[in-house]
Design a binder for this molecule. Structure first.
Ligand code: GRF
Length: 202
């Protein structure tokens, strides 16, 4: 399976996917695309000689022209799956519609709780005893697509947003490669009923 990964920052989820590919997972990251020129994830790609591209949203007059170039770069690599990994731009419904069923995202909360930003602060403020991360198919609704897999972590009494974020991030690195592997094996798909289907043994 040809995979294009979109990033905006450090790319630790990208690294987890690179490590899974090295360990023999049935997918190939054919390109890493960042909206941020200085994203450290681009270095991670360079180390593995994975083609990179920067589509800097600040260089475009509007969202439509940015997304038009982003789609051109993505489609140039002919991916079977597009993976948003710490990608921090909101994508418009028309753009998402082009990739429905073959675009994944990971969000640092137990969706449908805490869509949007600052999820760890919000979980702490709410006094939650559990928190976590969710991998989902991307739909027009921000952080609202059908959930594929979640990881649950405890919230500890002395947690700060940073300690909680680190605990969640470690689990992201477990569940994202798993979801991408399932998709690559043809065992995971988004039904026309918009429900998630997973075939075979977990
Ligand atoms: C992290 O906050 C993670 O929870 C979310 O995106 C941010 C950066 O991830 N998915 P990464 O290290 O760039 O993969």
């Amino acid at each position: 399976l040809r995979v294009v990964v979109l990033i905006s920052g450090s790319g630790t989820n990208l690294q987890a996917l690179i490590d899974a590919q090295i360990s023999g997972a049935p997918f190939e990251i054919v390109a890493v695309v960042s909206n941020a020129p200085g994203a450290f994830g681009l270095e991670r790609a360079k180390r593995r000689a994975i083609p990179i591209a920067v589509v800097d949203h600040r260089a475009y007059p509007d969202r439509a022209s940015f997304e038009s170039e982003l789609a051109r770069v993505i489609d140039d690599h002919d991916p079977g799956l597009v993976v948003l990994a710490g990608f921090m731009r909101i994508l418009t419904p028309p753009f998402v519609a082009c990739y429905l069923g073959r675009m994944l995202n990971i969000h640092p909360s137990l969706l449908p709780k805490y869509r949007g930003l600052h999820t760890h602060e919000r979980a702490l403020a709410a006094g939650d005893s559990e928190h976590g991360a969710s991998v989902h198919f991307v739909t027009a609704e921000l952080d609202g697509g059908p959930v594929i897999i979640q990881a649950v972590v405890p919230v500890l009494p002395d947690d700060t947003p940073q300690t909680l974020a680190a605990r969640v991030l470690a689990q992201e690195h477990v569940i994202y490669p798993l979801a991408v592997r399932w998709f690559a094996e043809g065992r995971l798909w988004l039904g026309s009923d918009r429900r998630v289907y997973l075939d075979g043994q977990v």
